[in-house]
Design a protein around this ligand. Structure first.
Ligand code: GAR
Length: 188
């Protein structure tokens, strides 16, 4: 049975949407939320569903095997990054090959890479007067946003759109598709 760990750095609206989607699916468990910020709102969201939370710092994440050991101990089979902003270290990728999925709020390979997250992405897209944006869901490798893309969905951008209104459009796509794509991925 798939047992999922979700990594999130901030608000956690995607994490909560995923938790809700899988709540009544008996064959898939959202087991734990991991975050690098002790003030991340995702912690409150996890509490609401009585899901365990692990908060870690840079040393623990990059200079120890603590997180991997925790995931193995809890028999985690797959990892979902839902607004997680740190680069995944190699030892974690090796421990979960092709079993880490990330969502990115733009149409990769454009607007990816270090520093390209959340509103930074939407601001850059609007500044460049793009006509469309969207979401990319991809496997995670050792480089930011470069793993194999398994799903994309698009939205149109019109002249009146701001980075905030674009963020809203992209969030809608995320809520609609991310849980379903995770579900399909786990079924394979
Ligand atoms: C989401 O839009 C997600 O795609 C993005 O952060 C947001 C988190 O929102 N992720 C990245 O930018 C990763 N590079 P949330 O915390 O409300 O789910």
């Amino acid at each position: 049975m798939p047992k999922i760990a979700i990594f999130a750095s901030g608000n956690g609206s995607n994490a909560e949407n995923i938790i809700q989607y899988f709540k009544y699916k008996k064959n898939i468990i959202i087991d734990i939320i991991l975050t690098n910020r002790k003030d991340a709102f995702v912690i409150e969201r996890a509490k609401k569903y009585s899901i365990d939370v692990k908060i870690f710092d840079k040393n623990e994440f990059y200079d120890s095997d603590d997180i991997i050991n925790l995931l193995i101990k809890r028999k985690i089979s797959n990892i979902v990054l839902a607004g997680f902003l740190w680069l995944i270290p190699n030892n974690l990728i090796m421990a979960f090959p092709d079993r880490i999925l990330n969502i990115h709020p733009a149409l990769l390979p454009k607007y990816g890479g270090k520093g390209m997250y959340g509103m930074n992405v939407h601001k850059a897209v609007i500044e460049n007067k793009e006509k469309e944006s969207g979401i990319s869901i991809h496997l995670v490798n050792e480089k930011y946003d470069e793993g194999k893309i398994i799903f994309q969905a698009k939205c149109k951008i019109n002249e009146n759109d701001s980075s905030e209104s674009l963020a809203e459009k992209v969030h809608k796509l995320e809520y609609e598709y991310f849980p379903k794509v995770i579900d399909d991925w786990l079924g394979k």
